[in-house]
Design a protein around this ligand. Structure first.
Ligand code: SF4
Length: 328
């Protein structure tokens, strides 16, 4: 396969065919340098050499009635994690200050559960107001299923972006969760967009899906016009239903990132949970496809410290895009 032809198509606004997408996912490992080089043309055209860092806080942990098979916070998980209700506004403000000091572009407040209560929405909106009054950082939430009216209340508090992941294809969705549907998730992404927020929506690779599922969900994200795409690589957590799945190879992760860039050329592609354990020493190469990184850890698992991420970004010849609260 000619990777530069695929990159030219992506730059020209064409959607790659199934055959071309499968060619990317099934590329021989020896072809990876050329695939990354071609993909990096698309990345640089749309995102330059900039990398946005995003910091997460697990603002409410565990206590979730849903049964997502990958998640340590679900009702069916036996993983030994911390469980606590929504953190105070002061704790969230302190964490936002630390994220800004670490050069993060975006601070994301994550709240476990099927959907937030009315009281939690008020608390989150109040916390957002306090953060925006003091810290020049973009604010994102990830709080479960939402209506447009609830998303508007969060936007009015000061949030810029809302996250809700599709996680996998519609076909595969009921293999990873039985308590809500793929369509519930699509409706939440649409509600976030309709409320005037920037939509962030991503996936988890490595849950036993087929190549076609990754292609289908990458195309679904294109059709939903999401701005930002976290690409998680399953970090199998003992005590969860998917806890014994094998890890992905670093090469497989890089090919998946290339696929998401080629199908969503102008979006922020972000290697997310499982980056460190699945990509290992090849993490720096992800920057040829990706324009954003989570730093400092995920919800219940640790991640690369921000200072190390900054060093990696700069040693690879990229630059940290702090944004200072300006861009969406
Ligand atoms: S992913 Fe979200 S909805 Fe699913 S079990 Fe975990 S916290 Fe609950």
């Amino acid at each position: 396969m000619d990777w530069n032809t695929l990159a030219d198509k992506a730059l020209g606004g064409e959607v790659l065919s199934d055959e071309e997408c499968l060619g990317v996912l099934r590329a021989p490992d020896e072809a990876l340098p050329d695939l990354l080089e071609a993909t990096s043309r698309v990345r640089e055209h749309h995102c330059g050499r900039r990398v946005r860092m995003k910091v997460l806080i697990n603002a409410k942990s565990g206590l979730c009635p849903e049964d997502c098979g990958y998640c340590s916070q679900s009702a069916v998980s036996r993983a030994p994690i911390a469980r606590y209700p929504l953190l105070s506004g002061q704790r969230l403000l302190d964490a936002a200050r630390q994220a800004h000091a670490a050069r993060a572009h975006t601070f994301c407040i994550v709240d476990s559960g099927r959907k937030p209560t009315d009281r939690e929405v008020d608390q989150l909106a109040e916390a957002a107001r306090a953060i925006k009054a003091e810290v020049p950082i973009r604010l994102c939430f990830s709080v479960g299923l939402l209506t447009e009216a609830t998303a508007r209340r969060l936007r009015d508090g000061g949030f810029d972006r809302g996250n809700h992941n599709l996680n996998t294809s519609e076909r595969f969705y009921d293999r990873i969760c039985s308590t809500h549907t793929y369509q519930d998730r699509v409706a939440t992404v649409r509600a976030i967009t309709a409320a005037g927020l920037s939509p962030c929506c991503g996936v988890i690779a490595g849950m036993g899906e087929e190549d076609q599922d990754l292609i289908d969900v990458a195309r679904a994200l294109r059709e939903l016009h999401v701005d930002s795409i976290p690409v998680n690589f399953l970090h199998p957590i003992p005590g969860t239903p998917l806890g014994s799945r094998p890890r992905l190879t670093p090469e497989r992760c890089l090919k998946i990132l290339c696929l998401f860039r080629l199908l969503n050329p102008s979006r922020h592609i972000r290697p997310a949970g499982g980056r460190e354990v699945n990509l290992g020493a090849l993490q720096p190469l992800a920057l040829y496809a990706a324009s954003s990184l989570f730093v400092g850890g995920y919800l219940t698992t640790p991640g690369q410290p921000p200072a190390e991420a900054v060093r990696m970004i700069e040693e690879m010849g990229f630059e940290v895009d702090e944004g200072n609260g300006r861009e969406p």
